[in-house]
Design a protein around this ligand. Structure first.
Ligand code: AMP
Length: 222
């Protein structure tokens, strides 16, 4: 099963992807995490992506699509994946459809976590991630049990460089138009489901699981 999580930066995709991964038993594949790992490992993809990421811009489609397809070809994704941060452009959405179609598969659900733009700056500036694995927190909305320490692996919580206020505005300005294109793509294919992302985290999780379940039933998969 391929589930695409859609939403602006700060909408809560990473937080909700962790919940869905537990429920569905398929891996969480986040292109942002793949790029950050590539940068840490100083691979050619990492070197190419770094300048774009530092500026809050999208990495070009070609390198992004290749990296995602390589990840989906790994054995742990044989039963599917929860995609987070991909597709981010209409070209990526079309490439994903073609890649899946060639394997007799498709995007089963595209779940949009809908958060108004004015809330996103606040969400992103309060976001902290753990140094070891990028587990996401928010200073007020989703604080760790111990201030500054990840609940899951005990590593220190830090602010992502691209969550600094100046970069946040550039990222949002640059990505909301692309998000609209991707939403339009999945509205046209019939895979789009929308959940109100202004609700507390558990209510958003419940909403996502409910629309996912309803969608799978209507396709005869449940
Ligand atoms: P994220 O962790 O999803 O917020 O992604 C962090 C950064 O990685 C983005 O601002 C982009 O520079 C890059 N990135 C992640 N996913 C994609 C994608 N699908 N297409 C292009 N760039 C991406």
């Amino acid at each position: 099963m391929i589930v695409v999580l859609l939403g602006a930066p700060g909408a809560g995709k990473g937080t909700q992807a962790a919940v869905l991964r537990e429920r569905l038993g398929i891996p969480h594949v986040a292109t942002g995490d793949l790029f950050r790992a590539a940068i840490r490992a100083a691979t050619p993809v990492g070197l190419e992506a770094k300048a774009y990421m530092d500026a809050g811009e999208l990495v070009p489609d070609g390198v992004t699509i290749r990296m995602l397809e390589d990840r989906l070809a790994l054995p742990d994704a044989a039963a599917g994946a929860i995609l987070d941060g991909f597709p981010r452009t209409a070209i990526q959405a079309e490439a994903l459809d073609q890649f899946l179609e060639a394997r007799g598969s498709r995007v089963d659900a595209a779940l949009l976590i809908d958060v108004p733009a004015d809330l996103l700056v606040e969400r992103l500036s309060g976001r902290r991630v753990c140094q070891a694995s990028g587990h996401p927190y928010h200073l007020e909305l989703n604080p760790p049990r111990v201030t500054g320490v990840c609940d899951l692996d005990g590593s220190a919580l830090v602010q992502r460089a691209d969550d600094a206020p100046a970069t946040v505005r550039a990222r949002l300005a640059g990505t909301l138009g692309d998000l609209n294109d991707v939403v339009a793509h999945y509205r046209a294919t019939g895979a789009l489901r929308v959940v109100d992302g202004r609700q507390p985290i558990p209510a958003v999780s419940a909403g996502l699981l409910a629309v996912l379940d309803a969608g799978l039933r209507s396709m005869g998969l449940r």
